[in-house]
Design a protein around this ligand. Structure first.
Ligand code: GLN
Length: 357
């Protein structure tokens, strides 16, 4: 695993090299024979113009709408029914500007994109150290539904971006009943969105009635004393959390709350203590794309979270959230068109957190 991430960062360095050589104005170091110093592709210090963001969102949507790769998730039968052509792109800035293209008002199931927000809530209430101790924050380098990861990494079994860690996070919510557990989880997601959100009941029924793998994970964790509430209750609340419907726009506001240091830029509400935000973003960076987190880090360099409903949220700290939504997924369960759109926008903005500032 260590080698895997070293390789990831090496690729990041190589990927940046051509941009360094070609972009921006170069400065001479003096003397006719001196080679011009390569200009550095620096990240912009301030929020780009709204007109530029509008242009990029429209461009990304138009450019990738015709991509036909990938397949809807079908292990949750209802997800296979969602029209594959749907494609929305959205940016929400820390000023509360909302910029969209395509199907950005279609409510899709948030699925695993909910995970960083529930983890954030647990860190906010219990502290970062409790999450690090009781769940773990190491990337597994394995698929989101891996059971082997639990066996391999028993001391700190998983991280809250994969199913096992997300179930553990739900079990850490301080609640006296299942009803209260759900109310806390839901209220937290709504605070990030700044709006009421609805559970997509058909998705919930479809997922809960086929959740044999997640039930196994919950029971395995409980067996190792790494689940902190009743396994079936935890499974139900987690599945409900994943079935919450969000639009690309709403997910953008959720992400922009993280970009904005924990204050929702639309409602003005502080949702998260400021010092928790970098912890949340770090876990998203290292594990938000599961076993593709190294590649995504190398190619885009921004904390992100994907879900099998086809949503991806990417956070540009201090500036904005970029969201893509489109149901067809690649092998790792990450939306194909959403990845392409976000990568296009992020790279055009030189938004990687690894670029000099
Ligand atoms: N609810 C889904 C599951 O538990 C979430 C997985 C995902 O979005 N990657 O399998």
């Amino acid at each position: 695993m260590i080698a895997r991430y070293r390789i990831g960062f090496l690729i990041a360095a190589l990927a940046l090299a051509p941009a360094c050589a070609t972009s921006g104005a170069s400065t001479s170091t003096g003397g006719a024979a001196a080679a011009p110093a390569a200009a550095r592709a620096a990240a912009p210090a301030s929020l780009p113009d709204k007109a530029e963001l509008e242009r990029l969102v429209a461009e990304a949507h138009a450019k990738f709408a015709g991509v036909a790769d990938g397949k809807n998730a079908n292990y949750i039968p209802a997800l296979d029914e969602v029209p594959s052509h749907l494609f929305g792109v959205a940016i929400v800035t820390v000023n509360g500007d909302v910029i969209t293209a395509g199907d950005s008002d279609y409510p899709f199931s948030i699925q695993s994109v909910s995970k960083p927000f529930t983890m954030a809530h647990v860190m906010n209430v219990e502290g970062y150290a409790a999450v690090q101790e009781k769940i773990g924050v190491e990337p597994t380098g394995l698929p989101f539904n891996s059971k082997i990861a639990i066996e391999l990494l028993k001391a700190r079994p998983v991280n809250p971006m994969v199913n096992a860690g997300a179930l553990a996070a739900v079990s850490m919510v301080d609640a006296g009943s299942e009803k209260q557990r759900w109310q806390i989880v839901n209220a937290n997601l709504e605070a990030f969105a700044g709006e009421k959100l609805k559970v997509l009941e058909d998705i919930y029924d479809s997922e809960y009635s086929t959740a044999f793998g997640n039930r196994a994970i919950a029971n395995l964790l409980f067996n190792y004393e790494r689940l902190y509430a009743d396994p079936e209750e935890t499974l139900r609340v987690y599945t409900r959390q994943c079935s919450v419907g969000v639009t690309a726009k709403q997910l953008g506001v959720m992400g922009a709350t993280l970009a904005n240091g924990g204050v929702n830029p639309v409602s003005g509400q502080r949702v998260l203590q400021e010092e928790i935000v970098p912890k949340v973003l770090a876990v998203m960076q290292t594990a938000g794309f599961y076993d593709e987190s190294g590649r995504w880090t190398a190619e885009v360099g921004l904390p992100s979270k994907t879900g099998v409903g086809g949503g991806i949220v990417t956070v540009v700290p201090g500036q904005m959230a970029i969201v893509g939504f489109s149901p067809p997924l690649n092998e790792a369960g990450n939306s194909v068109r959403a990845q392409l759109a976000i990568k296009h926008i992020a790279n055009a903005l030189h938004a990687s957190v690894f670029l000099p500032r």
